[in-house]
Design a binder for this molecule. Sequence first.
Ligand code: AMP
Length: 425
Amino acid sequence: MIQTIRGFRDILPQDTALWQYIEKTASEILENFGFQEIRIPIMEKTELFARSIGESTDIVEKEMYTFADRKGDSITLRPEATASVVRSYVQHKMHSQDPVQKLYTIGPMFRRERPQKGRYRQFYQINAEVFGISAPHIDAQLILILNELLKRLGLSGLKAHINSLGCPECRPHFQTTLTAFLEDKKDHLCEICIKRMERNPLRTLDCKVPSCREALEDAPSTLDHLCTGCLDHFNTVKRLLDVQNVEYAVDKTLVRGLDYYSRTAFEILTDALGAQSAVAGGGRYDALVSELHGPEIPAIGFAVGFDRLAEIVAQAGPKDAPPTLSPEVFILPLGEDALEHGYLWACELAAAGIRTEMDFSGRSLKSLMKRADRLNASHVLIIGQREMEENSLVLRNMKTREQHPISMDNPVGRIVSIVQKKLNQ
Ligand code: AMP
């Protein structure tokens, strides 16, 4: 038996109703807030990610699925969506129409991480990106949108963690202070943090190794080194969240794993899956558009981890249960003649918008009725030879046991009107 690749999985039919429900809820909210959908390729040139995410990040160093294509060009399965959305914004000169663009996309990402519960090598994200707005209001709004989405999906006990990572004006000074502090603590740091000290000292702040956590407890915080512009920006974000009653905690260890962030960084944490984990994260990346050869245009975005979200929603039970896809009409033909009629009617019913199923097996009525029950069909239409000859077909409502006579003259029209009336009640 050929099985899926390690860390990859199928989303099975019993789960896709929930996935579609989450997608629909997310699209609705994002569109209400002015976002439009964009669909980007699953593969990009490797240099796009190396350049934007950063050469010395975990993702680029060890997690990307990178291949040489048949001509030897290096291509990569996207590990995240922001870089591609920025590439698209720049490539299509969207800024020349209007620098302000709000884009969202939903789809799979690929990272070769160690598979574990809730962590996959192909996982899904809902991404939202806003270009051209430097006002802190949009930072607060993105956190509010996440809150709204998660609330609408029936989640509770969520907390937004926020931090400011400074900007090119104040960050270098902070990095010098941090590096001096790290030098002092060098003996207590893990090997990876020692490497990070040179390449990306900020990343030491969210190291999960206990000895590093202890050593870094009193580490300097970006928040104490923000320039006036960054401080004002951060204070306004906090004030707006207060005004809008969005719960948050300032978390100086929140630095995010990617190089491109500046100013506001945020994550939404949940303990619904046991250990505390982030269901969404994001932040500002004001320099990325110009780094990818576009004009100097500020930007900010977030990514929601779809797999985790689906798991939590399934646990919590969504407020508006996703529709079940059981048949509205199940046709049970008895005999050759009935099979042909049933087949034609089933096609017409489905084309008319009625979810229709029929059985082709030629088995006994008893076993067909068992299957109708198993499929949770709301109506069954039994087509037997005698019923056809006597023009006495009956559509049976399986819940109310009501029986509706169906004429051979216009069976489809009559069935549609009965089923639709029932649905509208
Ligand atoms: P990131 O792009 O790393 O900030 O991730 C954003 C969100 O995507 C995280 O909060 C997770 O919920 C989710 N996520 C990241 N990596 C994985 C993975 N390997 N498997 C499942 N979900 C993931």
